[in-house]
Design a protein around this ligand. Structure first.
Ligand SMILES: [Mg+2]
Length: 375
């Protein structure tokens, strides 16, 4: 089998009302997604999405004419392109989808086949009042969810701690609470210093009083020794690594024993194969592996297949914060949004590959430019 064409299709969903992402000072009035389709001479097509694939067209020829099953070669080739450009991991996701479709098995089975369902944590994206969040948390419980991630803005710590306290008071022990400070994450142009270790320690101590499953990215810039010191000083699990650019960056975190919870996103950070290798290392050390997955429904499927394949967890990220971030917005290119079951878990689709079923009408409607096709 040979790759005959790679098609990129860029979509833009208008967001009205906007989505007020906690990590972005600018309200988001549109949501961009790029669909990657890998075509073959045998008619099998693989689909991926995640990173925007900006600039990929100049590298696409590196993959045309190759056997899609040569996944190790493709991973190395994508690594060389990422050295020069963006994060082209949606291509690898599309290749895994293609391989799964070609052999008639879900990707999770090809990646280890550990489980068919992963409990989900609702990942909130906006900053809202404590009163509102107490209500939102009760609604999650009614939907069957058993864990939630709350953003605490480093410059609004008192408000964030009040939200954590209000949610705990509203739900008791029925919901696990995760706190994300998003300090390892930067908008382009954000040159602020962020919280230092003393302030981060104080925040963790304050949210610890309310019982938290983990605290994510408490320090800026991948400060590995700082994060190790925080986990040792507080006894609270520290999470991170969602946007690393290389395998070695995450391995350095493991070697430094900086984190309890490792979160590389397979369509942004490491790709499926390298994240799988990393997951094996982390799980053998009895650390948690649970990928970040804040892109779209296809990215969520790719991360879910890997997480289920390697036996990660205990929860997987499930972006869900209506009305700002609904499943319909997140998965606007899919025929049906990926939805947690009544017990708050994400079950793998039974279809082969990643189980992506596009809503072709929506894809055509929200397409913003002519397709870029490399043959
Ligand atoms: Mg995060």
């Amino acid at each position: 089998m040979r790759i005959t064409a790679i098609r990129l299709q860029r979509l833009r969903l208008p967001l009205d009302p906007p989505f007020y992402a906690a990590w972005d000072p600018v309200p988001r009035r549109s949501f961009e997604a790029t669909i990657v389709r890998v075509e073959t001479d045998e008619g099998v097509v693989g689909i991926g999405s995640g990173d925007t694939m900006t600039g990929f067209e100049e590298f696409a020829h590196l993959f045309i004419g190759e056997d899609p099953f040569s996944i190790a070669r493709h991973v190395r080739a994508i690594e060389t392109t990422a050295f020069h450009g963006a994060r082209y991991w949606p291509l690898e996701a599309a290749l895994w989808d293609l391989i799964g479709r070609a052999v008639g098995r879900p990707c999770a089975e090809l990646l280890g086949g550990s489980v068919a369902r992963v409990p989900a944590y609702a990942s909130w994206g906006e900053l809202r009042s404590a009163e509102q969040r107490a209500e939102d948390a009760v609604a999650l419980l009614e939907d069957g969810l058993r864990a939630v991630k709350i953003r605490v803005a480093p410059e609004r710590v008192d408000e964030g701690v009040a939200v954590v306290a209000a949610v705990r008071a509203a739900v008791g022990e029925r919901l696990e609470i995760i706190v994300d400070l998003n300090q390892w994450w930067r908008m382009a142009g954000d040159v602020g210093r962020g919280l230092g270790p003393v302030d981060a320690l104080r925040v963790i101590e304050r949210v610890r009083e309310h019982g938290v499953l983990w605290v994510e990215e408490p320090l800026p810039g991948g400060d590995l020794s700082g994060m190790r010191a925080l986990r040792q000083a507080t006894g609270v699990r520290i999470a991170g690594g969602e946007m690393v650019r290389t395998f070695d960056e995450l391995r350095a975190a493991l070697d430094a024993d900086a984190l309890d919870v490792y979160q590389p996103d397979v369509v942004l950070a490491l790709g499926i194969s390298s994240a799988r290798t990393f997951a094996e290392l982390a799980l053998r050390r009895n650390r948690w592996f649970t990928p970040h997955t804040w892109t779209n429904g296809i990215g969520l499927l790719a991360n879910l297949h890997l997480c289920a394949g390697v036996g990660g967890g205990p929860f997987i990220e499930y972006p869900c914060d209506p009305p700002g971030w609904t499943l319909e917005r997140r998965d606007f290119m899919l025929a049906t949004p990926l939805m947690a079951d009544r017990e708050g878990g994400l079950r793998l689709p039974e279809a082969p590959g990643l189980g992506v079923q596009l809503d072709e009408e929506a894809v055509a409607f929200y397409a913003v430019d002519s397709e870029a096709v490399t043959t």
